[in-house]
Design a protein. Sequence first.
Length: 366
Amino acid sequence: MSSGKDKDNKDKEPAAAEAKNDHEDSDEEASGTSNFSLEFLGRYLATKLKIHGDDKPKEKILEEFTIDGIVSHINKNNCNNIIVMAGAGISTTAGIPDFRSPVSGLYHNLQKYNLPHPQAIFELSFFHENPRPFFELAKELYPGSFKPTICHYFVKLLNDKGMLLRHYTQNIDTLERVAGVPDEKLVEAHGTFNKGHCLACRKSYTQDWMKDKIFADDIPPICDDCPGVVKPDIVFFGENLPEKFHKSITTDFSKCDLLIIMGSSLTVQPFASLIDRAPDGCPRLLINREKAGHQSGLSLFGYGGGLEFDRESNVRDVCWLGDCDEGCLALAEKLGWGDELKELRKQEHERIDKDEGKTMKKDPKL
Ligand code: CNA
């Protein structure tokens, strides 16, 4: 990840943007302003300003706006530059809660940490004041206690078949790595528990070092060389995104021949805006429990942007609503890899249980 030494503020936007999004949500609720009226206002302004980014006639790219349409696109075009964008929803069936799902989401279960507000647990300013809640939560969610899901193995299979250009994940649980997605194909946009650094002298620490400290309740872990606190390299609100993220997005998206987005509310910037980097001719498939990305950014102002599956002008976007594992399995089955995917998951879970002897919290069955 880009180090905390780099004080370029450009990347502080993500945290600010998310905080702003959340703030805007509550304002919206309070004032009763609906997405409809915002969209209406946006389209009205777009008409007045003569901005018609969404109106230009476009060539239809998919035969149908379904998983079948996506499969036909893959087969006809021999897609081998597929980009996957993933969020917390691909890991919920492994037993790791996401942020925003009602009842089960982390934000709804943080009362015990007595925080000023839920996001504070991932805010650097609060962490400096009181790092304990973050480390208590880290203990609950620590990598090594969970097994990858069908989604993670689907991405691994895409790579094995030479079809994956890059997997961009917002997740910090390292399950892509556990599933065998190679480092060069992986962009961990919000960092990872894989490594850590002393916040004072920047000395680097391994995951095992941090894990030993955290599980021995030696919290917060203190640097061996100075009195600084050691923090896993996960990106907090107010921190820069990893350099690999910025380098990869500049070259990857122009090549993308299919974008698959799964398990994300697409509310955290700049990650969410990556959907707009896919070229015009590139289909985009959302696999999620709820619609996402369709009312984001400039789309609210009738100026293109965002996923288009709800718009009459849609030529390329598919929304598949349901469980990510089921969506990936449906896609794999239609590609003729259903059994291979199930077998890969079974064998890998057996291997993890046997070789690593880890005590897993859940073994979800499809
Ligand atoms: P989010 O905002 O919590 O959204 C998750 C989305 O996934 C929601 O739209 C859910 O409806 C959907 N969802 C949840 N479970 C499933 C499922 N089984 N099948 C289909 N859809 C499902 O999370 P995002 O990833 O969009 O937000 C980005 C945050 C979350 C990043 O900064 C992450 O670091 C952070 N996060 C990561 C983890 C993890 O590493 N596993 C866990 C919790 C939060």
